[in-house]
Design a protein around this ligand. Structure first.
Ligand code: DON
Length: 565
């Protein structure tokens, strides 16, 4: 064999040989986020020798700049982390906390009637942010690069600006009067008080400075010193109740994720104060039981959908009844996530008839909002992160703290204002999720991993109470071996116990399926499309990496070989 031919064979064999020699390393990286500039920020950091956790920092900060309606330094979220070296999964809880001066009835008037706007619009709606602490924690404990490097793409984006998209316009339009009423928000997010045109450039120099403080000083650059002073002053002037001690006392918490098993896959998802992992486990366990009873289920058949709806109904009832902040309430988590409990639930599910939610034990659920973001990232070494981040409603509370560029969240609305009273979204809450000082409001955000010997899937989506059932759809698609593009595109179906109706996207059901479900007694409502799922997958046997961004959104998914893996 001549030398040239030998070299060619070595070159062809080399990448495959590397994949085979180390099955824990994909050898390529994958990113899916809700905005092309956030995907580019993640790529830049991976190309510079960062790992998936550094990329998560860069993406979080970039999303805080370019998707101000979804997440931000003023918000919170959950990061599900997998470290290749230790093989460990961890949930980083960066959920907002109620300020120390918050109280159970703070959103009720003197007669005990809820004042729903107070927990949605304005500074009283804002919890103490968790994202800056998460950036610091990710960098210090898991990252390979300093914050000064990983925050750089976001700092540039804040200074140089980003172009208004159709989604920006739609969501700013939804919150236009609120943004217009707050001088700092008006100056940044509107154009001379008007809804900006597509292509208009939004620049945020003060947010760039706040990011620079964090880049230099870590968490102290936000929670202590001058920056903390500005935040507290701004919030107090806008009618809020933050104190310096609330900021100084904020901590992220590492928690064990909720793990369940389904069709030979391990599903790893968010623990309380998210309801996601518990509800997902309960639904999967119940569905598996019904699948066994039937001797196999086609997920897309009318019977499969009926069983899925009934499992959802029961999981959302329990979510409402039992779940809250684990640091404040005792929850029967082992029972709720056990297969025995699901077997009991399955006994009460008919093959031919919908259960009326009103016939299940009386309950309450809790409020959600209509915007948030998710990203999924995997590096070439096999570290990966699923993160769902939020400021709750589009543009959060609508208030930007002068001198900081920080837009406040309205996550306090995720608490139940009063047991049994529905919020603007028709959801009601229970005692476990009542407001208390320092407490984290119950969330539905569900960053999730789905794995077996062949697959590592990383997924999640925004969408309020519907997050959990969308993630369920993605998990089911993964267990059917479908490509990630199908996980994110999968037509949606949702039931949340109350209101007692099935919400579907227009292309979810055939006419015949709809008729069959209605004949079982299901009330079906077609809704405009929802969610913005971002997923990456590594099919180990084939050495194939995939990434997909929901076709409903404006995101971007990429797969590439980093220069310095
Ligand atoms: O934590 C929660 O469950 C909510 N604050 C999330 C809101 C949301 O996903 C809205 N998205 N479209």
């Amino acid at each position: 064999m001549n030398a040239l031919r030998r070299l060619a064979i070595v070159l062809v064999l080399l990448p495959w040989g590397l994949v085979q020699a180390n099955p824990t390393a994909p050898g390529q990286a994958a990113i899916a986020t809700a905005h092309p500039m956030a995907t580019a920020a993640g790529r830049e950091v991976l190309e510079a020798g960062g790992n998936a956790f550094d990329a998560a920092v860069a993406i979080t900060a970039a999303l805080a700049v370019v998707e101000p309606y979804s997440s931000g330094l003023g918000g919170g979220g959950f990061y599900l982390l997998h470290a290749a070296q230790s093989g460990r999964d961890v949930m980083l809880d960066a959920r907002e906390r109620a300020p120390g001066r918050a109280s159970r009835d703070m959103y009720l008037d003197a007669d005990g009637n809820p004042q729903p706007k107070l927990s949605v619009d304005g500074a009283l709606a804002a919890g103490i942010p968790g994202i800056p602490a998460a950036l610091d924690h990710l960098a210090a404990k898991y990252g390979a690069l300093p914050l000064s490097r990983t925050l750089d793409p976001a700092i540039r984006a804040a200074r140089e600006g980003f172009a208004v998209t159709a989604m920006y316009r739609r969501l700013a339009g939804f919150r236009e009067s609120l943004l217009a009423a707050d001088p700092a928000s008006r100056a940044i997010f509107l154009d001379d008080g008007e809804l900006p045109a597509i292509g208009h450039v939004i620049r945020q120099p003060e947010l760039a400075e706040t990011l620079e403080h964090i880049a230099l000083e870590g968490r102290d650059g936000f929670y202590q010193g001058d920056q903390a002073g500005r935040l507290v002053d701004g919030v107090r002037k806008a009618g809020g109740i933050w104190c310096r001690s609330d900021l100084a006392g904020y901590r992220v918490v590492e928690r064990a994720p909720v793990v369940s098993h389904f069709r030979g896959f391990t599903v790893v998802s968010a623990a309380p104060p998210s309801s996601g992992g518990v509800a997902l486990a309960e639904i999967l366990n119940t569905y598996a039981r019904l699948e066994r009873r039937t001797g196999g289920l086609d997920d897309a058949s009318a019977l499969g959908l009926h069983y899925r709806i009934e499992a959802m109904r029961r999981a959302y009832r329990d979510r409402a009844d039992y779940l809250g902040d684990p640091d404040y309430v005792d929850m029967p988590l082992d029972r709720l996530t056990s297969t025995d409990y699901a077997a009991g639930l399955a006994v009460g599910i008919s093959a031919t008839e919908a259960t009326r939610s009103s016939t299940l034990a009386a309950v309450v659920t809790e409020p959600e909002g209509p915007h948030t973001t998710h990203f999924s990232v995997m590096d070439a070494q096999g570290n990966y992160v699923a993160a769902t981040l939020s400021i709750n409603y589009p543009f959060g509370a609508g208030v930007t703290v002068p001198g900081t560029g920080v837009l406040l969240n309205d996550e306090m609305d995720d608490f139940s204002q009063k047991p049994g009273v529905a919020n603007v979204y028709g959801l009601i809450g229970a005692e476990a999720n009542a407001v208390a000082p320092g407490k984290r409001p119950l969330s539905s955000m569900s960053p999730t991993f789905v794995r077996n010997d062949d697959l590592v899937g990383v997924l999640g989506t925004p969408g309020g109470s519907r997050i959990i059932t969308m993630v369920l759809g993605g998990v089911l698609a993964a267990t059917r071996g479908e490509p990630v593009a199908d996980w994110v595109a999968e037509p949606r179906i949702h039931h949340q116990y109350l209101p007692d109706r099935v919400e579907v996207e227009a292309d979810r059901l055939t006419e015949a399926q709809r008729a069959e479900l209605e004949s079982m007694g299901h009330r079906i409502e077609t809704q405009s499309s929802f969610g913005n799922m971002q997923a990456v997958a590594w099919w180990r046997a084939e050495g194939r990496i995939e990434a997909a961004s929901d076709p409903r959104g404006e995101g971007e998914a990429i797969v590439f070989v980093p220069e310095k893996p």
